[in-house]
Design a protein around this ligand. Structure first.
Ligand code: MOS
Length: 729
């Protein structure tokens, strides 16, 4: 089905089930421990042996010798996989790093061997007996130093244009009456999702099945087939439950590749989980950035020129952190420029993490906006509202599909009591606490991509949905069940949703905030077909039939839905496609973040007191799961603002704090009550459910709102994240 803005009455708009804050349909399975995550699929592979990954002990160089004799002879050991017996391995299309190194090493903790044994303990013990001699060579590990050699990155399927411009930025900035030129830095960050990367691999002849933890099933099939040089048809990937992805499980990583190789060598299923302490350097992370923002404005607060440059580093073939993304679309201004620069670094691969681009980009841009408002003597809410735009500022012929940014700012200011913000920094004191308030915009792309689903109706009136969409903890199961229930006119508990299997129709997958709007659209399309089939089976006119309360109604007739499937189960499948829609409309979600902090005047300790996010993200399919998404994002933003940072050892080239003790993320005691509200909106131009994603909006902007609140409390402007107390004193 090709998406068209629906005209007239549409069954999805009845909102009997969609839009309701229903509980997660898979919640009971998860809280009772009955949801089987990748490493727990004992039933499918009861004979699985255990693989243990050995990571490289150097960041750059080569393996001079690797001796596996002792490991191979150790008790319980079934196989040892290294580059010398793995066969030729290609790389996937998404990640640039090789899953198995040798003899060349590209980064620290890159896998160099997999030891397979009867038990986990035997595999771990034998892994310590793999004797490796390295030849270390010099690597580049320091972004600041490598920055001078940075180049314009290539544009690719996963990379935005490296440079954009409109008007005459340099001249207009130079002539602007009020100017701001500020440089910011954001550190390397780790996904640190709760469930480690894990895979069980099993071969049946030439056919490979992977039970793994992955966000994009279709990318995984493509990438494992390419890596092992086997046909895609021979690969099945199953991933029904995922304990967090955060962008770090986009496609297959070393656990999946090594489990496949291990299973081939051991001639039985093999399960591999990356040990926590390996994950931070073996898998991907969010790259550090250095960002320069320049804003030129008229004295009355109109932006004349805005420029944003960002430098980041990566291994060969890796992509830049696209931190300039928000500046391309957020504010008006006739003269503009954005520029990405990429430097070669020999650290582990940087890749997508929690709103890649927007999250670190907004950390710089939205402090810059706060600084500019102060220079202009304007309230920072008013300054942002004054520079709103209803068209893509880089391409003024292209309107936003729906943009209620100003409404978010206004509503947030009112609800947060923004007028009580101390007018000048460091002016409010409560005992030992300095108190301040800060604001920032939120923006995040809302792409929709093609997505397919299959729906079945059985003779009991039960509806089953099948799609390879994943639920990474976000609520996909629930909103998909709501969509099918609404379309077929049945109760939620008459719907079964089966996700995360490459044998199901190919969906959009989970990433880039495209999952909710896209995956439900595929389900919608399949349900439209099923409604037609049902109506014709029952001798009704598909156009006029109403599906409600388990009945199909038309004229004076009311027939049980189940009757249509009395003789045989009905099955329909369809794909929703969008053609060139994204060229006609700029598709974004918007929001406003408000934060109040208190800073200890003596110790510099920072406490978050209140946080509010107002979000405009189209129709909210389920206010409960949407709120969880947003407050999760706000918490990650608090982490980015105050604590999250991978510490780079610049001599040896690795992330030093590679566990959850050293890599700090917010805990409950760090967070205040979080308030997240949604504008009541529906976007008819974006997708059939009129919804956009919301998963990454919550994190985009919040760190800068915290930084701005800290400035308002203390008068100290910190431009290098995270804002730890040593930077305040
Ligand atoms: Mo998300 S970081 O685009 O999976």
């Amino acid at each position: 089905m090709k998406f068209e803005t629906p005209a007239g009455r549409n069954p999805i708009d009845e909102l009997n089930v969609v839009g309701k804050p229903v509980d997660r349909v898979e919640g009971p399975l998860k809280v009772t421990g009955n949801a089987t995550f990748a490493y727990e699929q004992h039933a499918v592979a009861p004979s699985a042996a255990y693989g243990y990954v050995v990571g490289a002990g150097i960041a750059k160089g080569r393996i001079a010798s690797i001796d596996v004799t002792r490991a191979r002879a150790a008790s319980g050991v079934l196989a040892v996989v290294t580059a010398s017996n793995s066969g030729k391995l290609d790389k996937g299309a998404f990640y640039a790093a090789r899953a198995l190194a040798g003899p060349d090493i590209d980064h620290y903790h890159q896998a160099v061997a997999l030891v397979v044994a009867e038990t986990f303990e035997q595999a771990r013990a034998a892994a310590n007996m793999v004797d490796i001699r390295y030849q270390r060579s010099t690597g580049a590990f320091d972004l600041e130093a490598a920055r001078r050699r940075a180049r314009a990155p290539k544009q690719g399927p996963y990379s935005p244009p490296p440079e954009t411009s409109r008007g005459q930025f340099a001249e207009a900035y130079a002539a602007a009456p009020v100017q701001l030129d500020a440089t910011f830095s954001t550190p390397d960050q780790a996904h640190a999702m709760m469930e480690p990367h894990a895979t069980i691999a099993a071969w049946e002849g030439e056919k490979l099945t992977l039970w793994t933890s992955i966000q994009q099933i279709n990318w995984g099939v493509r990438d494992i087939a390419k890596t092992l040089d086997i046909p895609k048809e021979n690969v099945r990937i199953v991933s029904p439950y995922i304990g967090g992805g955060f962008g770090g499980k986009g496609t297959i990583l070393s656990d999946a590749v090594l489990a496949s190789l291990g299973a081939r060598h051991a001639r039985r299923p093999v399960k591999v989980t990356l040990q926590r302490a390996l994950m931070f350097n073996n898998a991907t992370h969010r790259p550090a950035t250095i960002q320069r923002v320049r804003i030129g404005a008229s004295r009355d607060g109109k932006i004349i020129a805005i420029g944003h440059e960002s430098w980041s580093g990566n291994i060969e073939g890796g992509r830049p952190e696209a931190a300039t993304a928000p500046t391309r679309v957020l504010y008006a201004g006739p003269h503009r420029m954005t520029r990405l620069r990429l430097a070669h670094l020999d650290l582990p691969e940087g890749s997508a993490m929690r709103a890649p681009g927007e999250a670190p980009g907004m950390m710089a841009l939205e402090i810059a906006m706060d600084e500019m408002a102060e220079k202009l003597g304007l309230d920072p809410v008013a300054f942002r509202i004054a520079n709103d735009t209803q068209v893509d500022p880089e391409d003024p012929g292209r309107p936003f599909s729906l943009r209620q940014f100003v409404e978010c700012m206004r509503l947030g200011a009112e609800r947060f009591d923004w007028k009580k913000r101390p007018a000048s920094p460091a002016s409010r004191r409560e005992g030992r606490w300095l108190v301040g308030m800060g604001v920032a915009a939120a923006i995040r792309g809302a792409p929709v991509t093609k997505s397919a689903a299959r729906v079945r109706l059985d003779r009991h009136g039960m509806v089953t949905v099948e799609t390879d969409m994943t639920d990474i903890g976000t609520g996909s199961y629930t909103i998909i069940a709501q969509t099918a229930a609404e379309m077929m006119g049945v109760e939620l508990d008459s719907v079964t949703v089966r996700l995360g299997d490459s044998q199901f129709p190919e969906s959009a997958g989970s990433g880039g905030q495209w999952g909710a709007a896209s995956a439900t659209a595929g389900v919608y399309a399949a349900c439209v077909k099923l409604r037609e089939t049902v109506a014709s089976k029952l001798g009704l006119d598909p156009a006029g039939a109403q599906f409600v309360a388990g009945q199909v109604r038309q004229g004076g007739r009311s027939i049980p839905l189940a009757q249509a499937a009395r003789d045989a189960e009905l099955v329909e499948e369809d794909t929703m496609e969008y053609g060139e829609l994204a060229k006609r409309y700029a598709q974004q979600t918007f929001g406003a973040h408000f934060v109040e902090v208190a800073v200890d005047a003596v110790t510099g300790e920072i406490r978050l007191r209140r946080m509010l996010a107002v979000c405009a993200a189209g129709r909210i399919l389920n206010p409960k799961t949407a709120r969880s998404q947003v407050i999760g994002g706000m918490t990650m933003g608090a982490g980015a603002a105050l604590m999250e940072a991978l510490v780079v050892d610049k001599r040896h080239g690795f992330f030093v704090n590679h566990d959850l003790a050293g890599y700090e993320v917010p805990v409950h005691a760090d967070m205040p009550h979080l308030d997240a509200v949604f504008l009541d909106e529906a976007d008819p131009t974006i997708a059939p459910l009129k919804a956009k994603g919301v998963g990454e909006l919550g994190i985009s902007g919040v760190a800068a709102a915290i930084a701005n609140a800290i400035y308002n409390a203390t008068g100290v402007r910190v431009r290098d994240y995270p804002i730890t107390l040593d930077k305040l004193i």
